[in-house]
Design a protein around this ligand. Sequence first.
Ligand SMILES: [Zn+2]
Length: 352
Amino acid sequence: MKYVEGSVLQYDDRWRFTKCTVSFENGIIKKILDGSNRKPAARGVIIPKLVNAHTHIGDAVVKNASGTLEELVAPPNGLKFRVLKECPDKEIVDAMKKTADDMFFSGVSFFCDFREFGIKGINQLNNALKNKQIKCVKMGRPEKLEYHRDEVNEILGRCDGIGVSSISDWDYPELKKLARHAKRKNKMFALHVSERTREDIDKVLDLRPDFLVHMTKASESDLEIAADSNVPVVVCPRSNVFFGNIPNIPLMIKKGLMLMLGSDNAMINNPDMFTEMEFAYKVSMIYGGVSPETIFNMLTVNTWKFFKIQGGIEEGGPADFLVLNTHSSMDAIVKCSSKHISFIGGKKCMKR
Ligand SMILES: [Zn+2]
């Protein structure tokens, strides 16, 4: 049995700090006790691990990424597609493994990845994540911008759903067939929306997506329609700013959208969610700001609810917590860096 002690951050209807000792064994929290009475493995502020709701770890292998959104990431001829087509399997898989490790060591327990390149792409992702503690919701997609029933069946047999670039890249009837197929198989369907240009929200929602990514160019009414349809949105502020856009997080919150946070393309951003969290908090100030709790929810409770993750620090739950060397306030946590992590809980827990 191991122990950590300090100020534990837990959620019921809001976030609270309590002075306690947390005991855990084999990756499971056994007891949460008042005060300190053991020799702990670490002392500090104990918070749940974070969730990264949107990545493309497959493009970690691409170097010198500079250019417009279209030049870099648009299928089928953007830089990432050209580089990855030429790149040996092993190099791609090794870069993915490293990115997954970087994410784990910066405090992420769970991420959702969009993987390109059809069946081959999903196989590479599955290989990269073998024996990793970090968990992943895998979203594959057809190799070409075309619907082929057998290919989709095979992809869906190896992952959790389909995640595509955007309706603008696809022939709409083909995309509709793809979305319907995923839903028929009880798998997820998600897509990037209104990132480069505003896209038709009614057409997007007719695809019955489980979640949307970006919405930086969406109008106020588009945000309202998505909110009224209870479709959550993943925002990726560092990625958006890289391409010259600023997501209006305060407006999205005001319109009632459920927001999650992602680091997007690994060739553009490192997947450190402490960096993303601080950036999201600061960039929101341009549009009037939101509370640190609102930002923190985007990497914790909102994602737990959506992805059905058991994420809080609770007796009997997974020991997915971090010990931070900082103050016990939400303001301090959103401004923390992953360098403040002194201990990572889990099956293979470790001091840092
Ligand atoms: Zn993306």
